[in-house]
Design a protein around this ligand. Structure first.
Ligand SMILES: N[C@@H](CCC(=O)N[C@@H](CS)C(=O)NCC(=O)O)C(=O)O
Length: 212
């Protein structure tokens, strides 16, 4: 499998964690989101994903998948062990609930093109990002608290943790206040101790140094 991504893309990072967690072999193809006016906008990438975004997963037979939720759910079904969804139906729904808080409630409001449009309209990127991320993460923590163990839902890593870790990285990039997020930070630490999460980290990707 081939993953089109960018080292600091939180959505691509989610997919890297899932690939590593499952132990699936994959090849990384960097798409620089800033160089050349954003390589995601070049015809070659637009043909892979008309949304002009990463991640895109290319299967060995050439079939393409975009949208990180669809991709990680595909990987979970392709290779159910080790799992990223709990067995219990309600716990699975809780995981998906937490995933959606990040996936549709936080990240799309602070992605590159939204921030660029905000700035073009005279707004402040950082202030906008903080006003989206801080309450979003506070809500995520409140929703997770009754279900949390060592990880956000129970004692095993799940997709909820896969979506949490990159979002916290973004929160730090924008200088968000993290002090009230004790539970999320504790879970982040537990996740970061796992080799799969370590291997997927942006700093470990081949495009990290070049992008600066
Ligand atoms: N819902 C999409 C979001 C993808 C997304 O926002 N990708 C960002 C990087 S994290 C991107 O490619 N941005 C480029 C741009 O906005 O021009 C997913 O989960 O895959």
């Amino acid at each position: 499998m081939r993953l089109y991504g960018y080292w600091r893309s939180s959505s691509a990072w989610r997919v890297r964690i899932a690939l590593e967690w499952k132990g699936l072999p994959w090849e990384y193809v960097p798409v620089h989101l800033v160089a050349d006016g954003g390589q995601q906008n070049l015809p070659a990438h637009a043909a892979r994903n008309p949304m002009r975004q990463v991640p895109v997963l290319e299967l060995d037979d050439g079939r393409l998948l975009s949208q990180s939720v669809a991709i990680v759910e595909y990987l979970e079904e392709l290779q159910p062990t080790p799992p990223l969804l709990p067995a219990d139906p309600f716990a699975r729904a809780v995981v998906r609930q937490l995933v959606e808080v990040v996936n549709s409630g936080i990240q799309p409001l602070q992605n590159l093109r939204v921030l660029a449009a905000m700035e073009a309209a005279g707004g402040d990127r950082g202030a906008w990002a903080r006003q989206v991320i801080e309450p979003g993460l506070a809500a995520l923590q409140e929703l997770a608290r009754p279900h949390a163990g060592r990880f956000l839902v129970g004692d095993a890593p799940s997709l909820a943790d896969v979506f949490l870790v990159p979002q916290l990285y973004n929160a730090r990039r924008f200088g968000c206040g993290l002090d009230p997020l004790d539970l999320l930070l504790r879970v982040e630490q537990a996740a970061q101790a796992l080799p799969a999460f370590q291997r997927a980290h942006p700093d470990r990707q081949p495009d990290a140094v070049a992008a600066g």
